[in-house]
Design a protein around this ligand. Structure first.
Ligand SMILES: C[S@@+](CC[C@H](N)C(=O)[O-])C[C@H]1O[C@@H](n2cnc3c(N)ncnc32)[C@H](O)[C@@H]1O
Length: 400
């Protein structure tokens, strides 16, 4: 991000602003000093209009997915941005991914004013249309055939749950919905009661809680899609810092709806000292033995599409404004085959066994050498996926 700024003294907005560049977008944002709490830390919710420079990476993912769609579609493409803040995501989709039109909405008057200024600044008056309304109304306004989006992005404060039903109506058959959730304590099972109330799941904190968070959010999307006679196909699911972000293709019809809700099942786990050991995906009626527990319901299918990830990674060789770190995240995801749901937290296991934590690559190498399946988890840094039993894994760790 180029933060070279031209500061304005609140002449049009009523608060001090500055200009900066993110990717190809030139944007007016509230002066970052309003909400900078340390050199690299911001509390954007304290600003008159939301802009978080650290979430450039989140917008980078959107631009990459938009680029893949653009390459494959060969027709005019329309982006929807329900909670747009200063409108930077849409400007980047138009200018970096070459999309044709964007409808940009926020329910805040101040955000709306800045969006209008940013549209002019980037000379996008003909292609970018601003509105100020509640996101649910924005979605319903775009729910008729002909006015739906090729991609819709929702990026609320906290949980997206109360916007999910309407947003499925605003995406074309085959289009993409991208949803950010920042209520990670709920999704990761730290706040168990809130997880139960908002997402209808019984989850608790495990060593592979980021994966659980992704699967809880995808479960909520599959449920909402099915209520609207749609199915989902996950393209890419990411969890970094304080957020979970998923991109799913939306497919219209009962057949697709049923296919995606059929992936909603439970994960059986057993407690061993400081960790939970995953024991496989089960239907609720299969129940569990006395010494095991059920987590869920969760989306138990693949959380990404390998073809899409590979297409996104091709952009590394092109001229791009996407951070290198974002490509590294995608490479880690691709290396995770997700054949097993849940993972073993190596740090927790080593601590339970009173040994030093083994290197993740070393343990994977040893497991594979002995004929077990093993790979890193693309979500949780300390975790591996393996079909080796806990006894086998313990034996190998002790032998290192
Ligand atoms: C996390 S910020 C969005 C940031 C933006 N998408 C970006 O990439 O910079 C959330 C935004 O949602 C807006 N918002 C909150 N509740 C809303 C609602 N019910 N309808 C529409 N916008 C809403 C807020 O004003 C705020 O600008």
């Amino acid at each position: 991000m180029d933060t070279e700024s031209v500061e304005k003294q609140g002449d049009e907005t009523g608060f001090e602003t500055m200009r900066l560049r993110e990717g190809r977008a030139e944007i007016i944002v509230p002066k970052l000093d309003y909400y900078r709490v340390s050199p690299n830390e911001y509390v954007p919710s304290k600003a008159p209009v939301f802009y978080n420079p650290l979430m450039k990476e989140n917008r980078d993912f959107t631009v990459m997915v938009a680029n893949v769609i653009k390459k494959e579609s060969g027709r005019s493409l329309c982006f929807g941005d329900s909670m747009a803040g200063v409108g930077v995501r849409s400007i980047r989709v138009l200018t970096e991914a070459g999309w044709d039109e964007a409808y940009v909405n926020d329910n805040s008057q101040r955000a709306f004013s800045i969006i209008v200024m940013n549209i002019k600044l980037n000379r996008l008056e003909d292609r970018m249309h601003a509105s100020k309304m509640d996101a649910n109304i924005f979605h319903v306004t775009h729910s008729l055939r002909g006015s739906r989006f090729d991609m819709l992005d929702i990026d609320p404060f906290g949980t997206p749950i109360r916007f999910l039903d309407t947003c499925f109506q605003a995406v074309k058959h085959g289009g993409v919905l991208s949803v950010t959730a920042t209520d990670t304590a709920n999704l990761f099972g730290v706040h168990k009661r809130a997880a139960r109330m908002l997402y209808g799941v019984n989850v608790f904190k495990t060593g592979f809680m980021r994966e659980i968070g992704v699967r809880v959010l995808l479960k909520a999307l599959a449920d909402a899609a099915a209520r609207n006679e749609r199915g989902i196909e996950p393209i890419v699911s990411i969890t970094r810092r304080h957020y979970v972000k998923v991109f799913v293709r939306v497919l219209k019809g009962r057949k697709h709806a049923f296919k995606s809700v059929s992936q909603i099942r439970f994960l059986k786990v057993r407690r061993f000292e400081k960790i939970y050991v995953p024991l496989g995906v089960v239907e609720v009626e299969e129940g569990c033995e006395k010494d095991s527990l059920l987590l869920g319901p969760l989306y138990s299918g693949q959380t990404y599409s390998r073809e899409w990830l590979e297409e996104m990674l091709l952009q590394k060789a092109e001229k791009t404004f996407v951070d290198r770190d974002v490509f590294r995240t995608l490479e880690t995801l691709v290396s995770d085959d997700q054949k097993i749901v849940g993972g073993i937290d190596l740090t927790g296991l080593a601590s339970s066994l009173h040994v030093n934590p083994p290197g993740r690559n070393l343990i994977i190498e040893r497991l594979v050498k002995e004929g077990f399946a093993a790979c890193r988890s693309g979500f949780d840094n300390n975790c591996i996926r393996t079909n080796a039993s806990l006894d086998e894994l313990t034996r190998i760790i002790r032998s290192l």
